[in-house]
Write a protein that binds this ligand. Structure first.
Ligand code: CP
Length: 322
């Protein structure tokens, strides 16, 4: 493992100001800018392996996390990332906030902003809601998931995880399978991975296919067809909270037709890996034995790399503001 001074030097060498005032979607980044951000995240991943992991790149800055939808991974990793870089981090407790009294999203965001906020991380159920916040505040806003629209830092951490596992992105075949219709993770990955040289395939039950065609993405009509020859198979959660109960499949029927198990993974390329953005419905989208097998599963790597990617995004946005 490189020594800490070398890692710090690498971080400083790779840190460039973020190209836009906010990160609202992956298309805010050109392919070159996305790869540069992954290079920086790689350096942060090195720092995160050390026993002492803090830096002071955000010292004196305030980061507010506004999560109007539930989250374990994204919210915790943004909090850890901000604190690791020395920011003062505030988590709005939405349940006890004045949102319950009818305050609008923009008014809530503008109120936190008026207290002196530099970086604002927002998750909300409304598509386009985070862009609306960006128009109402002075802080740099990061989209942590807006309804079915985008989850850009998830796509970046997925790209980083694949690149760290395979040493490259270019030329790999990635299959994304499951509830595509309601998935902001699928949408952000579909907008990012093909631009980085990945051949992207998608498949899911007909009622859960995307409403509109996705440019640059091959659609397969079964799990087996999607998995055949793939280097990575990413399974998606069935988002019951976003779907009409009439189209929600039973867990048993779903696992039978669309659940990934070892027999089906045998159709993939030799050395194929499995991913899931989480949270996972165990033994529905993927067999537990597969999800927990560290020889094939990159799920824990995705979580770990999420911290590094979010450190890279926060540090780059802060660099733009200084
Ligand atoms: N992948 C993801 O966004 O997970 P959380 O909902 O736990 O943040």
């Amino acid at each position: 493992m490189p020594a800490r001074p070398d890692i710090e030097a690498e971080i400083h060498a790779r840190l460039v100001p973020f190209p836009k005032p906010h990160l609202l979607g992956v298309e805010d980044l050109s392919p070159e800018e996305a790869l540069r951000l992954l290079d920086l995240a790689d350096a942060f991943a090195g720092l995160n392996e050390l026993p002492r992991r803090s830096l002071e790149l955000l010292k004196g800055l305030t980061q507010a996390n506004l999560f109007f939808e539930n989250s374990t991974r994204t919210r915790s990793s943004f909090e850890i990332a901000g604190k690791r870089l020395g920011a003062d981090v505030v988590n709005l407790d939405v349940a006890t906030s004045s949102t319950a009294k009818g305050e609008t999203l923009s008014d809530t965001a503008a109120t936190i902003d008026a207290m002196g906020c530099d970086l604002m991380v927002v998750r909300h159920a409304g598509e386009g809601s985070v862009a609306e916040v960006a128009g109402a505040v002075k802080a740099s806003v990061i989209n942590a998931g807006d309804g079915k629209n985008e989850h850009p830092t998830q796509a970046l951490l997925d790209a980083l995880t694949i690149r760290r596992a395979f040493g490259r992105l270019d030329g790999l075949t990635v299959a994304i399978v499951g509830d595509l219709r309601h998935s902001r993770v699928a949408r952000s990955n579909a907008r990012l991975l093909p631009r980085l040289g990945v051949k992207l395939r998608m498949a899911g039950p007909p009622p859960l296919m995307p409403e509109n065609p996705v440019q640059g993405v091959e659609l397969a009509d079964s799990l087996d067809a999607a998995v055949a020859g793939a280097d990575v198979v990413m399974m998606l959660r069935i988002q019951r909270e976003r779907m009409d109960a009439s189209v929600a499949p039973s867990p048993e029927a779903y696992a039978q037709a669309w659940g990934l198990n070892r027999d089906r993974l045998a159709l993939a390329a030799a050395g194929a890996k499995v991913m899931h953005p989480g949270p996972m419905n165990r033994d529905v989208e993927m067999d537990s034995t597969l999800a927990d097998d560290r020889n094939v599963s990159l799920i824990r790597d995705q979580v770990r790399n999420g911290v590094a990617v979010r450190m890279a995004v926060l540090a780059s946005l802060a660099a733009r503001r200084s």
